[in-house]
Design a protein around this ligand. Structure first.
Ligand code: PGA
Length: 250
């Protein structure tokens, strides 16, 4: 049975105090919830240690990026081993905002993926097309290269520590959500790429999350689709009442 995951992505939001009080509130809500979803909080680096140690095992903690480098004179960078040392268990890699604003490419991401896996972190690997790519009907190709160039060098054992997040760029932070049919179509395609490369057992097990304006009003419909195993939630993860409703939609 593949895992159902609801992961929040706070992006560059919340001071340390705000993050701690959010987590406290969310913990009470998770305790009262009957959802079987694994809850992950993708927080800024400064929150990792506190939020991880404060979790009471009710949620896991994720970084939102890591360096391509192992250690050394790279001012401002944070390595995967530093992330692992905080108690975080996940790292979001390849988010479209990192690809757009920091020019991350699939080759950089392949290196980051290797670093995270060697530090026993689970990777939430983001892929997704821009609006022009969908309009030009090249979205399948784009997703295929995002996956094959950054992930498909991994062994079958390594790939089992990777979760995929399909996030159409035109749906992120825009209020426009992919329809559940559009999401299902791409998720099934991603699973078929995994099957081609790694076989059926592994493709059946990979969790594929949807991200892009997922909110309480559309989460249940999106999560009802066969190949949608949860969500990567940006804006709606900043408010614990919205976020728990999405968790409960699993
Ligand atoms: P959004 O962001 O839910 O605010 O659209 C999703 C994401 O960027 O991961």
């Amino acid at each position: 049975m593949r895992k159902k995951i609801v992961a929040g992505n706070w992006k560059m939001n919340k001071t340390l105090d705000e993050g701690v009080s959010f987590s406290d509130d969310l913990k009470q809500r998770i305790k009262a919830s009957e959802s079987e979803a694994i809850v992950v909080l993708g927080v800024p680096f400064i929150h990792l240690d506190r939020i991880a140690h404060f979790s009471d095992d009710l949620y896991s903690v994720s970084a939102q990026d890591c360096s391509t480098k192992e250690s050394g004179a790279f001012t401002g960078e944070i390595s995967s081993s530093m992330i692992a040392s905080t108690g975080a268990q996940y790292v979001i890699l390849g988010h479209s905002e990192r690809r757009a604003y920091h020019e991350e490419n699939n080759a950089d991401l392949a290196t980051k993926v290797d670093r995270c896996l060697s530090d026993a972190l689970t990777v939430i690997y983001c892929c997704g097309e821009q609006l022009e790519e969908r309009e030009a009907n090249t979205h399948f190709e784009v997703i295929k290269s995002q996956l094959s160039e950054a992930l498909f060098h991994l062994t079958a054992e390594q790939i089992s520590s990777v979760v995929i997040a399909y996030e159409p760029v035109w749906a992120i932070g825009t209020g426009v959500t992919a329809s559940s049919e559009q999401a299902q179509e791409i998720h099934a395609y991603i699973r078929s790429l995994f099957e081609e490369k790694y076989g059926k057992a592994i493709s059946d097990d990979v969790s594929i999350l949807y991200g892009g304006s997922c909110k309480p009003s559309n989460a249940e419909e999106l999560f009802s689709k066969e190949d949608v195993d949860g969500g990567l939630i940006g804006g709606a993860s900043l408010n614990s009442s919205d976020f728990i409703q999405i968790i409960d939609a699993i």
